[in-house]
Structure formats: C-alpha cells, structure tokens
Design a binder for this molecule. Structure first.
Ligand SMILES: [Zn+2]
Length: 496
C-alpha cells in the first residue's frame, strides 16, 4: 500500500509578515504606492475632513487611494470586495498597512472623488514603468469604472434586489489583408458595449432585467445607449416583474421590440440564409437550413412588408466594415424584398459553388481561421407604422422585449423564444406587465404573419458578440437593426 507524508490541519504555525516587504520593486503596486506617497499632492483632500479639533481620526486618503486604484487596476470596483481584500489579500493588507477600512468608508471616499483627482499622473507613471497588467488605460477608463460602480449602487433600491452587475466592454481590432496579387487593405475598428443586469428575488420567484448595446464607436455610445440611470430603471422593472402575473397563453398578436427582433432575425433569417449551410458545409456542427438554392428568386419568405438587407454601411452597426476577409468591397444588398427571397448570405466562393449572387460576408474570427460565410449586419428595413399605431391595432396580444432564452432546430425552422419583459395589450392599449413571456413558431410561416413594421422612430441598432460557427469554431460579431414589428396569430405562452 502506498505511504504518504502525514499531515495535521489542527497544528498552529505563526508566520511573521512585514508588509513593506510584500510590495516589491518592479511591481505595479510598488509604483502606485511610491507615486501616491511621493509624487502626488494630496492636500486637496484636507478640506474634506473637519476633525482637526474633535471627532475620530479618519483613514489617510493616501491609504484609501492606494487600495482603490490598485483594485481598479484589477477590474475590481465593489467597495465590499475591496474591504474584503484588505482583510484577506496580503498585497491589499500591505498597501493599507493592515488598517482594514470598512466598506462604507471606501464607498463614501469613492463617492466624493471628482474630476480633480490625480488619475492621470498615477497612470502616466505606471505607464513609464510598463506595467502591462494594468487594466485601465487612461483617466477616462477610471471614470468609467466609477460610473459602473454608481449604476450598480443605484440599483440597490430594495432588499429584494439580489444581484447587480454593470460592465463596459471596450476593444479595438485592426485587420491587415495582403495578397500576392497586390491586395493591401488595413481596417481598424473600435467597439463599445455598455451592459447591465439587475436581478430581483422573492421566495421562489426570480426576475432579471438587462441592458445591452453592442455598437461600433467610442464613449458617445454609452450615453446613447441610455446607460446612465439604467441601474435604478432596471431594478424597478425587475421588481415589477416579481409582482406581475404570468404571460397569458393562446394564439394572439405579438409585438416584438428591436432588442428581441435582433434574435428573431439572427436565428430565423440569418442562419437559414447562410449559403455554406445551404450547400451543406455546416451540417455536422452549426446545422443546416430549411432554405434550398432553388428557392432564391421565387420563395415567399414573409409578408410583403418584410424587407431584409445585408447592410455593412451603417457606421455604428456592430459588424460594419469596408471589405470582407476575402477582400470583397462590402455593399448593401437586399436579401428579402417585399417578402420575396432574393439573395443568400454567401461570399465569393459560395457564390461560385451555388451559381448565385450574394454578399461580401466572408469573415474570419482571427488570422488563423479561414473566412467563411457569416451574417455581419442583417437588418429589417423600417416600415411606415408608428409604435402607437401598432399598439392601437392590437385587440389581444403581448409586447415583448429583451431575449432571455432561445431554442431552434438544426434547419433553423421551428423555434421557441422567451423574453425578459412582457406587456399585455387589450383593445389597443397596454394594460399591464406580464412575466415569463414566450412564443413559438415556424420560420417559414412566422414571417408571413408580419402585419405591421415600425417606422424610423422605433428603429434601433443592436448587435451580438458571439455568433458561433465553423470547425474549428469561430465566434464573430453580428449587427441587427430593426424597428418594432407586429405579427398576428402567434402561439404565445407564459411560464419560466
Ligand atoms: Zn449565430
């Protein structure tokens, strides 16, 4: 029988820790600590404290700044989490000289920080020392971290709010396309994605509301997405859902808002129209399509109100580009016009194989993957109905927004989708919130039940980070813009 060294969890051992020895030269924490101690004028904090003659001594602002900035550099913005780290993590213990500030002390210090703060200098020095693991790039990023903390904090409006998350994803992509016949293209992209989710719970009931806007562009996208102030709004909506009745069941009208239209377009128009799937390439992995090559030019995909475009030209759309990864110039193409199926999502290679015209949609997720047929931006063109007119036209139906679950078969035909938020419509009026709204249908008939298409006033541009396809897998961005759309005779049902 094997023998192992004996051990005893019950034994005691005292380990001496000198905190100053935990902050090693060459690390970011060392630079941060030195910069705050030696390079930064902290006198601006003096005026905040009125305890020179009475009251308890306050925590030194240098200590609080060190632990807060170090936490932010690791992507940690929660005051409770920072306080916990100051009790448990040796670097935080060292930076705070083991003073263990309470999370409310940290939170109120953060709340009072304003524009005069010394971020720029700290980060500038950090950069000189080339600390590549520092997550924040400039003062604006730190301000964003404060915004995130603020939104998460503002969502804490009730004891039933059990989870609050906020994030802003910022990333850049540069693509260089070179060929041995003289092709030479350089494209640069910048993506900004505000995201938030608030969850409420009471007994067995749990409901979430979220915000997600995936677009190209800079910080202006955050304001345009309605991110500021969303914490309290989402919390209020999650609480409303806790108290709401279940979505009614039956065949009725369905009014889909653009953030759910995104998934509806993606799954029941985008994937079925990918020409490589139609040609059988993806059968083993992503699936096949109910659409066949013979349908183009003659198949009625939807009602005559349905106009679907491949549109890479809208600057803010998530998957806009000038050229695809085959070097083909990207232009707007109608895939479905007045309900009639016109063209597939197929790039040059698939076009040649199928003998069909197509789109500039050969895309690779990275340099080490081949370009294959992808969706890019697939949109529903606006119609002529106002949202009010659509609601007024509905005798019995449900408005739904924000996808929460989806299921669809391999051929992308039969589907069942669930949303976060529902509102019952009776006799042309919104009459109350309903929880757990779902609907199901068949792609080939669902789009023929489209009976009203929203005008530009309800048109929104959304997108998704993760569309998966290809072996080996390639996850790419897709953009989906649409107005609100009304469908008749849809099978709607409640239940989580
Ligand atoms: Zn997909």
């Amino acid at each position: 029988m094997a023998r192992f060294k004996p051990y005893d969890y019950g034994q005691a051992k005292l380990l001496p820790v000198r905190f100053e020895e935990q902050i090693l030269p060459g690390t970011f924490e060392y630079t941060l600590s030195r910069v705050i101690d030696e390079r930064i004028d902290l006198s601006i904090f003096e005026a905040r404290y009125k305890n020179d003659e009475g009251g308890a001594p306050a925590y030194d602002p240098a200590i609080l700044l060190k632990i807060i900035l170090f936490a932010y550099s690791k992507g940690i913005t929660s005051s409770r989490e920072i306080a916990r780290l100051c009790r448990e993590n040796v670097v935080f213990m060292a930076l705070s000289a083991d003073s263990q500030p309470h999370f409310t002390t940290i939170a109120s210090f953060i709340a009072k920080l304003d524009g005069e703060i010394v971020w720029g200098e700290v980060i500038g020095v950090g950069r000189q020392h080339q600390h590549a693991d520092v997550r924040f790039a400039d003062r604006r990023d730190v301000e964003l971290a404060l915004d995130l903390a603020a939104e998460a904090h503002l969502a804490e409006i009730d004891d039933r709010i059990v989870e609050r998350s906020a994030a802003i994803h910022l990333f850049e992509d540069e693509r260089l396309y070179l060929t041995n016949t003289g092709g030479d293209l350089r494209q640069r992209f910048r993506y900004t994605l505000p995201w938030a989710r608030v969850t409420a719970n009471q007994g067995p009931e749990t409901q979430s509301r979220s915000l997600e806007h995936a677009q190209q562009g800079g910080f202006e996208r955050i304001a345009e997405a309605g991110f500021r102030g969303c914490g309290a709004r989402l919390a209020d909506e999650a609480l409303q859902l806790l108290l709401a009745p279940d979505c009614p069941s039956g065949t009725m009208d369905l009014l889909l808002m653009p953030d759910q239209m995104m998934l509806q377009i993606h799954e029941s128009i985008g994937h079925p129209l990918e020409l490589d799937r139609i040609l059988g390439d993806e059968r083993n992995y992503a699936g096949t399509s109910f659409v066949t090559a013979e349908m183009f030019g003659r198949y009625r995909y939807g009602s005559e109100l349905l106009n679907v475009t491949f549109d890479p030209s809208r600057a803010e759309a998530f998957a806009s580009y000038g050229w695809d990864d085959d070097g083909t110039k990207a232009e707007k193409v109608w895939l479905i016009r007045d309900g009639l199926l016109v063209a597939p999502l197929g790039a040059r290679l698939s076009q040649a194989r199928a003998g069909l015209s197509g789109t500039a949609n050969a895309r690779a997720s990275n340099w080490n993957r081949p370009p294959i047929d992808r969706m890019a931006n697939l949109n529903i063109e606006p119609g002529s109905s106002s949202l009010e007119a659509m609601i007024a036209s509905i005798a019995r139906g449900v408005l739904m927004r924000a996808n929460v679950s989806w299921s669809i078969d391999d051929a992308r035909n039969k589907f069942q989708f669930g949303c976060e938020w529902g509102e019952r419509i009776e006799n042309g009026r919104r009459v109350g919130v309903v929880k757990n709204p779902n609907y199901r249908g068949v792609s080939a008939t669902f789009w023929r039940s489209l009976r009203m298409v929203g005008d530009a006033s309800s048109f929104e541009v959304h997108g998704t980070l993760n569309c998966g396809k290809g072996e080996p897998n390639q996850a790419v961005h897709c953009g989906h813009a649409a107005p609100a759309c009304a469908f008749s005779g849809v099978e709607v049902f409640g239940g989580g």
